[in-house]
Each structure stands twice: as structure tokens, then as C-alpha cells.
Design a protein around this ligand. Structure first.
Ligand code: PEP
Ligand code: MG
Length: 598
């Protein structure tokens, strides 16, 4: 929707919020061209160095604060800025400009920063373009400091009433400094789900919408803004009725949440006594807490691409180990299934140098990248083995299409296990190695893959995409992207059977498992382990506890007979409706987002 009052962006941090806007126009301070006398030149150089020290100290303080408020991985976001602020080549170029031209420190700094900015912006490398936001932040701090403005912190805000901050671009520095008490939402024109600021907003639990083009032109200070951090919808100047509707949605959600809370710490056991294990999917470290709170029985899919987000270099083995240990200690004695890097496709962190390809989803991605670039894969395998020392940690390989891929990965893993042993580092000798079933090839070959695998987990997001030839990220095809297609239901049955014949643990970790009705279908098809987005755990459990397994099995049998996706949905709804008020599941956002921003 894009009438005058509606804006569409990307929901990057869930929650509904409304408040007057605080439009944050962060303009670069005017820097007059100023020259100094020859006898003042060295003083300007000293002033430049002093400002660098102050700015680096401020960034270190922010890093420490982020460590406390979010976590070590989030805090590492500031490393790139700290390194850049002290870059010796850049600073000596600025000093040279001061000395050669007798420019003041701020004039020289501005001059060189502009040069660098143009160079970064023109670059074809995503990594360098990403650095523009970091450079922008440093430039702003340095110029503020050199102009003697307050403490050189242009992001300092003092608030005494609730606001939604609207900005062209949100830096991680601004996001982490926000007054959590009064800033109830964030909107920015730039940014995506993987922007530094988006990750931080999510970790801090501030509902946020990014990529909202036109926000700065349309929203003025003090205008009431209503945002939905899940769908990315923004409503400017809502009417009293619209605000009432938002309140009603939130309160309906609240009532449902109260019902869900009563089941959170009960087992996912059907009324006729069949138990399903519900684990959590973890993409970002802040989801650990939601997983624990919502009763996850371990982690069924630990996505590891986050470790590369916002980084200037690949994460080291030790950094990965620290993260895996953090996850494992959040779930003592529970299984953690670590998925190896799933790069390419739709996941291109700046550190990953990938060639341009016309069809990235059919291109160099996932296990293919890891096997072709052992320098990426080996440190991860070592970190997994070390984390698995006396801990139930499993390794899962994404997008497998051949037996050889599994065998090759196993060889590398065994080699690294031997090396770790020789190095005398505490590490597991081996870990269970499983395969993600994400392509029709893997489904058809499941019996053979089972011979080289310890477990299967079905990635229904990719399996739907590759089965139906529907791009999972194409909004125009969204209605055609459905795991209810009968071809999907049959494959889900076949994988489960192949796993059973081979005696393997089989689970589903795609988004399908996070939808309560679909989770019921999967249980009816015989799946006894599901890995679910943490906010969806209570609703999935609530439904599984309400519908007898015998009924879920009947619904699954009907789904297997169905000719159309719509028939599958109807069978599921009818079955559930005999036991619960299914309208509760329709309550907008009831399942996928937490009620209260954390
Ligand atoms: C999937 O494809 O279903 C899956 C779980 O992996 P991702 O969504 O990370 O591709
Ligand atoms: Mg996948």
C-alpha cells in the first residue's frame, strides 16, 4: 500500500508500536575551509590525534555497553568502526594534508573522508559499500569532536516521552544508545534485515521497520506513527478507529498469549499420549533467550551465517567455538544441531566473496561452497568438534544433493578430528552428521543418503522452492509458494519413511514446522521431532496438546489423498476446529511474534 498515509518497509524486529515521531536528521556539520598559520600546523596534527583517541574511547565504551545489553557477537559489530577510526594509512594521509596545505584538522579530515566515501560508494564490492555506513558514523563523530561540540557524540538523545525514531539511516551506534524506556519503535529509509542496526534492534527488542522509502519526506516531527515490525507496515497519522483496531489486535494477542503461557513448560504430548520433541531454530543469539523462555528442547537448527554478518573478516575457529559454547550452555544436556555455513542463494554476507551468478539459488551455494573452499569449512568443522567435547552437538549439512557431498564432508571432519587429537586440544572424536533434505533429489535419494547419514532434517523452505520451481523470495509468487502442495506432502511422507527404515532420527526444521496447523500435519505424518521459530513454540505446543494423534493421522491421510493445496488446508482446519477455536490462530501475528517487545 502506498497511499499518503501508508508506507511499506521491511519488518526487521517484531512488535506493534505507536507514538509521535521523532525525525532524526543527522546532518554533517558545516566545515568551513580553514587554514592555519605555519606555527599552528603541529598543533592541528595533535588535535587530530587527540580526537581519534576520544572517538575510539567512545566506540570502545559503546562496544562494552552492547556487550552488556546484547551479547559478544553484537558487540563485535563495533570492531570494524574501531579499526577504521584508527586506520594508520588514512590518518597519515590526513596529517599530510594538514602539513602540506596548512588546513585545520577538521578541514583536512573532511577532505580525505569525502575522497574515501566516494571510493567506497562507487565500489562494486558489497563489503566496501557496507563500510560506507561505518565511515559515515566515524566522520560524524570526528567532526563533532573537532568542532568542540559537547562530547563528540552526535547520537546523544534526551527524551522524556515515548517516541518512534524516524531516520534516513540508523547506525548501530545510534541504535544501541537509544533510551529503551522511551524509544518504542524505529523506522529508517535505508537498511535490511541483516543491517547492523537491524540486528541490534532485534536483540534489544525494539520493534523496527527498515527500507521504508519516503519516510523522511512524509513523516514530520510529532506526527503519530503506527508500525508493525513483523509485516513492515507503517501507518502515518492513524485515525482513532485505526488506533483502536491496533489496540484490539494487541489485546487479542495478549489474551491468546496468556493461554499459551499455561502450556509453555508442559510437554508437547497429544491427549492420546504421543510425545513430540519441540526444539528451537536459532538464527541470532538473542533468540536463545526466547527459546529458553518458550520451552525449546534444544536447538534443531542453529543457522551460522549470523557469524559473518557485519564482519570485515571470516570468524575464526575460536570465535565460532565461543558462540557454539554459548548456545550449548543455554541448553545444558540438550541436543544442538549446528548447520554448516549456508552461504549463497539469498545469504551473501559482505565477507563472502561470491561471483555474480544469474541464478544464485541454482548456483554456488551451501555445501558446495564449503567443499570447494575448505579454508572456510575446516575452521567451522574444528569449532564444532571442539564444542562437541562431552556435549550432545550434531553437525548438519545444507542443500545436499549427492552421497559424495556427505562422504567428502565426513572425510574433512575425520581429518580435523585427528588433527585436533594430535594437537592435544579437547575435542570430540566424531559427531553425528546429518543431511538437510531440501531438494527433490535428496528426497528421491533418501535411502542412499541414509546410508551415509546419522539423521535427516527436512528444510521445507528450500524443498518447496525447488519442488515447485517457485523462488522463495519473490513476493509476486508468494501465493504459489506453499508447502501444502500435494507434491510436498508426498515427499514429507517419503522422507519420514526412508528415515524410519534406516532407523534415523528425522525432524523438520523449515518454517512449516512453525505453523501450528502444519505442525499437526507433520505429527500426523509421523514426525516426532520439529524445530520451530522460538516465538511460535507455545502455539505449536498448544495445538499438539489439543488434538489427539489419531485425529492428526487422519488429517494427514486426507492430505495425502488431496488433489489441491486448498484441500490440504481445509482438512487441517476442520480437524483442528473439532478441538480448539481455530480463529485464535488467525489472530494476526499471534504465533510469530512476541507480545511485548523484549
Ligand atoms: C529450509 O530451507 O527450510 C531451511 C530450514 O533452511 P534456510 O531457510 O536457512 O534455507
Ligand atoms: Mg534451506
Amino acid at each position: 500500500m502506498s497511499d499518503e498515509r501508508h508506507l511499506a518497509g521491511i519488518g526487521v524486529s517484531p512488535g506493534t508500536a505507536w507514538a509521535p515521531a521523532l525525525v532524526f536528521r543527522l546532518e554533517f556539520p558545516e566545515i568551513p575551509d580553514r587554514t592555519v598559520g605555519q606555527d599552528e600546523v603541529e598543533g592541528e596534527v595533535r588535535r587530530l590525534r587527540g580526537a581519534v583517541r576520544v572517538v575510539v574511547d567512545a566506540l570502545e565504551a559503546l562496544k562494552a555497553r552492547t556487550l552488556q545489553r546484547a551479547g559478544p557477537e553484537e558487540a563485535a559489530i563495533f570492531d570494524a568502526q574501531i579499526l577504521m577510526a584508527q586506520d594508520p594509512d588514512f590518518l597519515s594521509a590526513v596529517e599530510q594534508v594538514i602539513r602540506n596545505n596548512r588546513f585545520s584538522a577538521e578541514t583536512a579530515f573532511e577532505f580525505k573522508a569525502l575522497e574515501l566515501r566516494q571510493l567506497f560508494s562507487a565500489s562494486h564490492s558489497a563489503n566496501l559499500r557496507d563500510r560506507v555506513a561505518d565511515l559515515h558514523a566515524i566522520q560524524m563523530r570526528m567532526l563533532h569532536r573537532l568542532q568542540g561540540r559537547t562530547d563528540g557524540d552526535p547520537w546523544a538523545l534526551t527524551l522524556d516521552e515515548n517516541v518512534i525514531v524516524v531516520a534516513h539511516e540508523l547506525s548501530p551506534g545510534l541504535t544501541v544508545q537509544l533510551d529503551r524506556e522511551h524509544v518504542v519503535g524505529l523506522v529508517s529509509e535505508e537498511g535490511t534485515r541483516t543491517s547492523h542496526a537491524a540486528i541490534l534492534a532485534h536483540s534489544l527488542g525494539i520493534p523496527a521497520v527498515m527500507g521504508a522509502k519516503g519516510a523522511m519526506a512524509r513523516v514530520r516531527d510529532g506526527m503519530m506513527v503506527l508500525l508493525d515490525g513483523q509485516t513492515g507496515g507503517i501507518l502515518i497519522d492513524p485515525t482513532p478507529d485505526e488506533l483502536d483496531a491496533a489496540r484490539t489486535r494487541v489485546s487479542r494477542r495478549h489474551r491468546f498469549t496468556m493461554q499459551l503461557e499455561s502450556v509453555v513448560h508442559l510437554p508437547a504430548e497429544s491427549p492420546d499420549g504421543v510425545r513430540v520433541t519441540l526444539m528451537g531454530n536459532v538464527d541470532l543469539p538473542d533468540e536463545l533467550e526466547a527459546g529458553i523462555r518458550n520451552g525449546a528442547e534444544g536447538v534443531g537448527l542453529l543457522r551460522t551465517e549470523f557469524l559473518l554478518t557485519g564482519r570485515s573478516a571470516m570468524p575464526t575457529e575460536d570465535e565460532q567455538l565461543a558462540y557454539f559454547q554459548r548456545v550449548a550452555s543455554a541448553f545444558p544436556d540438550k541436543n544442538i544441531i549446528i548447520r554448516s555455513f549456508d552461504l549463497g542463494g539469498d545469504k551473501f554476507p559482505a565477507t563472502f566473496e561470491a561471483p555474480h551468478e544469474p541464478n544464485p539459488f541454482l548456483g554456488w551455494r551451501s555445501i558446495r561452497v564449503c567443499l570447494d573452499q575448505p579454508e572456510i569449512f575446516r575452521p567451522q568443522l574444528r569449532a564444532v568438534l571442539r564444542a562437541a567435547y562431552r556435549r550432545p552437538i550434531w553437525l548438519m549439512l545444507p542443500l545436499v544433493t549427492t552421497v559424495e557431498e556427505v562422504e567428502e564432508a565426513r572425510e574433512l571432519l575425520a581429518e580435523e578430528a585427528r588433527r585436533l587429537h594430535a594437537e592435544g586440544l579437547p575435542a570430540a572424536d566424531k559427531v553425528p552428521v546429518g543431511v538437510m533434505i531440501e531438494t527433490p533429489a535428496a528426497v528421491l535419494l533418501a535411502d542412499r543418503l541414509a546410508e551415509v547419514s546419522d539423521f535427516f532434517s527436512v528444510g521445507t523452505n528450500d524443498l518447496t522452492q525447488y519442488t515447485l520451481a517457485v523462488d522463495r523470495g519473490n513476493a509476486r509468487l508468494a501465493s504459489r509458494f506453499t508447502a501444502h502442495h500435494p507434491a510436498m506432502i508426498r515427499q514429507l511422507r517419503d522422507v519420514r519413511l526412508a528415515g524410519e527404515v534406516a532407523g534415523l532420527h528425522v525432524s523438520v526444521c523449515g518454517e512449516m514446522a512453525s505453523d501450528p496447523l502444519d505442525a499437526m500435519l507433520l505429527a500426523g505424518l509421523g514426525y516426532r521431532a520439529l524445530s520451530v521459530a522460538p516465538p511460535a513454540l507455545p502455539a505449536v505446543k498448544w495445538l499438539l496438546r489439543s488434538v489427539p494423534m489419531a485425529e492428526a493421522e487422519k488429517a494427514a491421510a486426507e492430505a495425502l489423498e488431496a488433489r489441491r493445496a486448498a484441500d490440504v488446508v481445509a482438512a487441517l482446519r476442520d480437524t483442528a476446529a473439532r478441538h480448539v477455536d481455530v480463529r485464535l490462530l488467525d489472530a494476526e501475528g499471534a504465533v510469530a511474534r512476541p507480545l511485548v517487545p523484549r
